[in-house]
Design a protein around this ligand. Structure first.
Ligand code: ARG
Length: 590
């Protein structure tokens, strides 16, 4: 379906043309004086010079061509030469009715579907998820859903941190604590046990312990590095132990991501490309791209136009070990082979921007990707506490994601119980749904690249630009529809009975609804979930205004009432579709 703004602009362009002016002057925008008109066109001002005429004369000529327009109820030329536009109610009603008949409410799927890999999540095994990983998951999931909805073919890959030094640290510490484990016995020839020799809580305790000690104890650190080496060179006991670490961690991670309504298509880790590294390194050497500098193997990635120093990309350390970017480069190589993406999108903390610039340049230079493969970094800012510093627990430690979710759910539960009488069970289930909305909307309503302040009171508030406010609006609509049904109304039979609006708040609501396709398209093109938040916030406001000014269920004119019920149904569907693109859902009652 054509966007409403395009239809309006086309009408205006035709009028410019009919009046003898360049049709491109007929661009229409939303009014910046909503008290005067709904849309405006400033083309007459822009054309004054070209036609050596006073703008108001041009505007008058154009307005004269619009007196019997099907789209504009009023097209007024006002000094010094603006065209103030008001839409016909019948046009707005018909547009929204057409939306209702379309599967995606008027959004046309992209004509150029791309194959996109989104690299997001990026947790590290054996380390608890913390708030730093939260943003990647929330933003990446939404960007993925939006692109998919717009018609692209999208694969989400978690890119687990599962291969580097932390693995050696854990294994070395395990070896100290449980030296009797068969995994450490070089002469062991039997099958390794199927049961892991630790629980997830043990693992999560071991890593920080070992990491801390390695910073204070050189010999300990050297032992851990030796363990990493044994793992990476394929020693079978270490590989078997590693398999357990991965299995236990991944099971825990899946549980956590499920709770966040985040789902990955691929659970590949850095380890998945380990065997590809030697071949890649060889090719980089043979191609003349990689050379040895101070013992390490590097690829230069600086360009003449650089205004700041871009250091070379290090491929292998002087001891031959692979680095974070070695696995990232090999992962690009693997994705090109298995997924053949047109675009790879990385949703990662913006502090890694320079790092990715190096990786991208290196991948291009060494021809790991095709000339037209797009490598795109979508960096996000930090989630800060109320003090403006990176979010911490009350005790000052790194906040575990689980604790954060628990905190927000508790606050939600308190609010729900305060506001109405429900069973504990229902209240707890609702608190989970609304808590997730509070958390995700609080994050996504900010432009990703910006830092934001995590404010539990504001995020869980049912008023203002918040997730719970959007959910309250949806629940309100659901409850009106339920009452209509209880009173014998049949929603299905009035499904598309949308009519021309009869009052201003109804028209405003329709005009907000009509922006759906344009909003989703922009959100997709700009990887900007916050644009969907802004859209649904305006839509929810418009709905609530309509609701407060209209006695829907008490309306006596059955046909008018049916029209409103149909409009409510569409509003609910558009809101629910939008929040699904953001990665959360609404309960039936709140
Ligand atoms: N595991 C990394 C971290 O915790 C994030 C991974 C981001 N993705 C990537 N392809 N490097 O910082």
């Amino acid at each position: 379906m054509k966007k409403i703004l395009e239809m309006i602009s086309d009408e205006m362009k035709n009028a410019f043309e009919q009046a003898g002016y360049d049709r491109e002057l007929g661009k229409v925008t939303l009014s910046n004086r909503p008290d005067l008109c709904e849309y405006q066109c400033n083309g007459a001002m822009a054309g004054a010079k070209q036609y050596k005429k006073a703008p108001i004369m041009i505007a008058n000529d154009v307005a004269a061509k619009l007196t019997d327009s099907n789209i504009f109820a009023r097209a007024e030329a006002v000094a010094p030469g603006f065209l103030n536009l008001t839409l016909k109610n019948a046009f707005v009603g018909a547009y929204v009715k057409d939306m209702r008949m379309e599967e995606k409410y008027g959004l046309e799927e992209t004509k150029n579907p791309a194959k996109i890999v989104i690299d997001y999540g990026g947790p590290n095994v054996a380390k608890p998820l913390h708030v730093g990983h939260l943003r990647s998951a929330i933003i990446g999931e939404s960007v993925k859903r939006i692109a998919r909805y717009a018609g692209h073919r999208v694969t989400g890959d978690i890119h687990l941190g599962d291969w580097g030094q932390p693995m050696g640290l854990i294994m070395n510490e395990l070896k100290i604590r449980k030296p009797e484990l068969v995994y450490f016995d070089e002469n062991y020839t039997g099958e390794y046990p199927a049961e892991p020799p630790f629980t997830i809580s043990e693992l999560e305790e071991i890593y920080p312990f070992a990491s801390k000690r390695s910073k204070e104890d050189e010999a300990y650190k050297a032992d851990a590095m030796a363990c990493t080496y044994k793992l990476q060179s394929g020693e079978k006991g270490y590989r078997a132990l590693w398999d357990h670490i991965i299995a236990v961690s991944v099971m825990d991670l899946k549980k956590n991501y499920e709770r966040l309504n985040v789902a990955f298509d691929l659970w590949n880790g850095e380890s998945a490309v380990h065997d590809m590294i030697p071949g890649m390194v060889d090719a980089m050497k043979k191609g003349g791209y990689a050379y040895v500098s101070e013992g390490a193997l590097v690829v230069d990635v600086k360009e003449e136009t650089d205004t700041k120093e871009i250091p070379p990309c290090m491929i292998l350390k002087s001891d031959g070990a692979a680095l974070y970017n070695t696995t990232d480069l090999a992962t690009i190589m693997m994705r090109m082979e298995t997924e053949q993406p047109d675009r790879i999108l990385y949703v990662v903390d913006k502090r890694q921007e320079l790092y990715f610039e190096q990786v991208f340049r290196c991948a291009r230079k060494t021809k790991l990707v095709k000339d037209d493969t797009e490598l795109k970094f979508l960096g996000f800012g930090t989630m800060n506490g109320k003090d403006g510093k990176p979010f911490k627990t009350r005790e000052g430690g790194v906040m575990r994601l689980e604790s954060l979710i628990a905190e927000i759910n508790e606050e939600m539960l308190r609010k729900i119980k305060e506001s109405r009488d429900t069973s504990d069970e229902e209240a707890a289930a609702t608190a989970q749904i609304v808590g997730l909305a509070a958390l995700k909307y609080g994050d996504l309503s900010n432009q990703a690249v910006k830092d934001y302040i995590f404010d539990i009171d504001r995020f869980t508030s049912s008023e203002g630009d918040t997730g719970p406010y959007i959910l309250y609006t949806i629940v309100r609509i659901k409850s009106i529809l339920a009452k209509y049904r209880e009173n014998g109304g049949d929603i299905q039979s009035v499904f598309s009975d949308i009519k021309a609006p009869v009052n201003d708040s109804e028209k405003q609501l329709m005009m907000e609804l009509a922006k759906f396709n344009a909003s989703i398209e922009t959100a997709c093109e700009e990887y900007a979930p916050h644009k969907i938040c802004a859209y649904i916030y305006d839509l929810a406001n418009a709905f609530n205004r309509f609701y407060h000014e209209t006695k829907i269920l008490a309306e006596e004119d059955a046909s008018r009432k049916a029209g409103w019920i149909a409009l409510l149904g569409l509003t609910r569907d558009v809101l629910e579709t939008s929040i699904d693109l953001l990665g959360f859902s609404a309960p039936d009652r709140m």
